[in-house]
Design a protein around this ligand. Structure first.
Ligand code: MGD
Ligand code: MGD
Ligand code: SF4
Ligand code: MO
Length: 701
């Protein structure tokens, strides 16, 4: 029997990096607890992090490679194989596809940020395929892409100094800890006396604490941001020096706002009272420092590009950009960047030209991703050429992507599919080869090296479970079989990542984390990293691409205003994607501690609306859109507008043992749309948070 020992590491049950002390006994994790010495999480952890042992040691977890032996897929018939057989099978198939058709016929994919994009992209780039699907068109990478062309980098709230006013714009940091943020730091600022403006269609914890709550119509944030500009311009509340010296296109932008966005019109579009918009804009422009903490719903719309640059514009013209306590560009510690490690530059120009949809969604191409529908069309219709093989790592697109039915059909039809995951999800059940991924307890990595909060953390291997490998190792070993240049071990690759810091993995591991040396107002010395060296409210990049260089609001393609005829049959706005503290997208439904808290998929309906349809609290109801029908359990909630329905996303049922696992029963993305005409024109972002729907009680109650 071993003595119990403790290891300091960082979680990755969400985007991650809360500090954790892991207790290990006999090569088994017996307990995890928050690490009070961690500079961002200060000892806090959430339910998902605390439940990791139930996930890692779950009886349904697959901890060895498998091949699907039954046909047609999904057959539910699998056979255990060795790593050698699994990797050789994949490598042989990929080589065959490359020889017959070319590397671009292989699709590589991942879901949300999970700390292995450096390795996944390196694998794809060295393979020579430009066809990588991620969640980036609707999440985070979209905001990074827009930031790059607008001000050169992603501005992040400076909770280290602390804002005096926070505009919480479609974000729920205490439940989501998204990307750079650990929600606790938001709360610390609030407790320290920061004022709060909340922009959210739903009443929640924050709206109750807020000085002002703007109950916006889902999907109209871009119009609201332009309304803020309107007030700030009219009342001359902007920072004159900044506007004169650091903004490109101020005059043209000002004219657009004054001509096209009178407050009455903004109020009509957004459902927010015009005096409330005025008051909020005034408060934002006059309290210093102020920061905008914005969330993902603003990106999951056809206005993704234009909301993001309009919001960045607000930060700039109020003098809050790169100002202490405002929205800042944190300086990263000296390590190799994801981009450098991934060798993005080495993807040959002729390969880039073959990127599916690259000509259309130019900004997505710039950040090296494709709209998933481009992949589905390629597989289902052979347009413009037919993908032949795919590898998906840490993603469950048949539940998480818009128009899930199409995603399902496409992946089912793909000639050869590899899935890397912990569980046989509805997506994994469509694979030919399943590769078992390690959890965060089973890996060594320089964590958070993709984020822009100025830190990297040591994620340390605590145990090994079965034959699972960390994703990084899978890409390395598969890459070597494809003749790619990699390092002998995972840790050797980490030495390379860390090299500019002067530390080896061994040294870094003991240190725990590195922090960049912060410097504010960098633009005053060097300008912004854009073509004009200024913050481009008039985008020269979009102009070069033949797009509107100035931001505007375009009505959501499926809304009561843009589709009045459709709205007769589907009168409600379907706002899907309400996160819960227990689940991470399609994950955790099999974890008993978490599922017990939220056993069923929930849809929130206003009591007036429910009454009209004879729906009672707790009853199962159908929700229907032009694309299909799902069912969820009704929760009556008067904190939303009676015209809006709020639903959770990510539902499938691991307890249903047939290989589909009930993927289409309560999956919100059966209802969402993915057609190109309805996407953001630059990024291909889909409207995940707004489409039209109707509701009615299930026959059997
Ligand atoms: N309707 C609607 N749909 C949405 C959203 C919404 O708001 N509304 N949100 C969207 C957003 S923002 C995003 S980012 C996407 C997320 O979409 P996805 O990333 O596709 O979804 P997840 O369920 O997070 O992850 C899928 C799989 O990753 C596996 N996994 C977890 N950790 C690891 C790991 O370390 N390695 C490997 N190999 N596998 C792992 C899990 O077991 C899970 O099966 O969903 C989007 N879908
Ligand atoms: N527990 C948990 N944590 C997660 C995730 C998870 O699935 N579960 N997902 C992770 C991922 S990949 C992401 S991207 C982040 C997202 O995390 P956040 O950015 O915090 O996004 P959400 O929680 O989707 O929504 C935040 C708020 O926006 C409101 N909202 C909905 N529609 C609109 C709209 O159109 N406009 C405005 N202004 N507000 C709107 C919602 O009511 C909600 O209060 O969370 C990450 N963290
Ligand atoms: S917030 Fe994320 S990183 Fe922190 S404990 Fe929860 S799952 Fe882990
Ligand atoms: Mo996301």
């Amino acid at each position: 029997m071993d003595q119990e020992r403790t290891i300091r590491t960082v979680c990755r049950g969400c985007h991650g990096a809360c500090g954790v002390i892991v207790h290990v006994k006999d090569n088994r994790v017996v307990k995890v607890e928050g690490d009070p010495s961690h500079p961002l999480s200060h000892g806090t952890m959430c339910a998902k992090g605390l439940a990791i042992t139930q996930l890692a040691y779950h009886p349904d977890r697959i901890v060895y490679p498998m091949k699907q032996v039954g046909r047609p897929k999904p057959s539910g018939k699998w056979e255990r194989i060795s790593w050698d057989e699994a990797l050789n099978t994949v490598a042989d198939k990929f080589k065959e596809v490359i020889a017959k058709y070319g590397p671009e016929y292989i699709l590589i994919g991942q879901g949300t940020g999970r700390d292995y994009e450096s390795h996944l992209y390196r694998f794809a780039n060295l393979l020579g395929t430009p066809n990588v699907i991620t969640a980036g068109h609707i999440c985070y990478v979209s905001r990074v892409g827009v930031s790059l062309i607008t001000c050169g980098n992603l501005p992040v709230v400076d909770y280290e100094v602390g804002p005096k006013l926070i505009v919480l714009w479609g974000c729920n940091p205490l439940w989501t800890n998204p990307d750079e943020y650990v929600g606790e730091n938001f709360f610390r600022a609030l407790r320290g006396g920061a004022r709060l403006i909340v922009i959210d269609p739903r009443r929640n914890f924050y709206t109750r604490k807020a000085d002002l709550w703007l109950q916006v119509r889902p999907g109209t944030d871009c119009a609201l941001a332009l309304g803020f500009h309107r007030v700030i311009i009219e009342e001359q509340l902007y920072d004159r020096d900044f506007v004169e010296n650091y903004v490109h296109g101020w005059k043209a932008f000002k004219e657009r706002v004054l001509k096209d966005y009178p407050l009455e019109k903004v109020a009509e579009i957004t459902w927010v009272d015009k005096e409330l918009i005025r008051e909020a804009a005034r408060m934002y422009a006059t309290v210093k420092p102020a920061a905008i903490h914005w969330g993902v719903p603003t990106e999951q719309t056809n206005n993704c590009t234009d909301f993001t640059r309009t919001a960045i514009g607000l930060m700039g013209i109020t003098g809050n950009l790169d100002a202490p306590g405002g929205n800042v560009f944190f300086v990263p510690p000296r390590t190799r960047t994801v981009s450098e490690f991934a060798r993005h530059r080495d993807l040959p120009p002729e390969a880039r030209e073959k990127r599916l949809g690259g000509e259309e969604f130019k900004l997505a191409a710039r950040v090296a991703l494709i709209n998933p529908k481009k992949a589905w069309d390629s597989i289902l219709q052979g347009k413009p050429y037919q993908l032949r093989a795919g590898l998906l790592c840490g993603t469950n697109p048949v539940v998480s992507r818009a128009n899930a039915r199409e995603a399902y059909e496409a992946l089912k039809r793909l000639e050869f599919l590899v899935v890397i995951d912990h569980f046989l999800t509805p997506t994994a059940e469509l694979a030919d080869i399943f590769l078992p991924a390690a959890t965060w307890l089973e890996q060594n990595h320089v964590a958070d090296n993709w984020k822009r909060h100025g830190y990297v953390f040591a994620r340390q291997k605590c145990v090994e479970i079965g034959e699972a490998w960390q994703d990084h190792k899978i890409f390395m070993e598969l890459g070597k079989r494809m003749g790619q240049e990699w390092w002998p071990t995972v840790e050797d690759a980490l030495d390379y990542l860390l090299e500019p810091s002067g530390l080896t993995w061994e040294e870094f591991r003991k240190k725990g984390y590195l922090k960049g040396q912060m410097e504010y107002y960098k633009y005053k010395k060097r300008g912004f990293s854009t073509p004009t060296r200024k913050l481009e409210l008039y985008s020269t990049t979009l102009e070069k691409w033949g797009r509107d260089p100035l931001p505007k609001y375009v009505e959501i393609p499926e809304s009561p205003y843009s589709s009045p005829n459709l709205a007769k049959k589907y009168p409600y706005i379907f706002n899907s994607g309400l996160r819960t503290p227990t689940f991470f997208h399609t994950e955790n439904r099999m974890v008993p501690w978490l599922r017990e808290i939220r056993p069923d998929p929930t849809v929130e309906i206003h009591p007036e609306t429910a009454w009209k349809h004879g729906i009672k609290e707790g009853q199962w109801v159908y929700i229907e859109s032009p694309r299909g029908r799902i069912k969820m359990r009704a929760k009556l909630y008067d904190g939303i507008d009676p015209r809006v329905i709020v639903a959770e996303h990510g539902w499938w049922f691991p307890e249903i043992k047939e290989p589909g696992h009930g993927w289409d029963i309560s999956n919100a993305n059966i209802l969402t749309d993915n057609t190109f005409e309805t996407c953001d024109p630059n990024l291909g972002s889909t409207n995940l948070r707004v489409c039209l729907c109707n509701i009615y009680p299930c026959e059997n109650g």
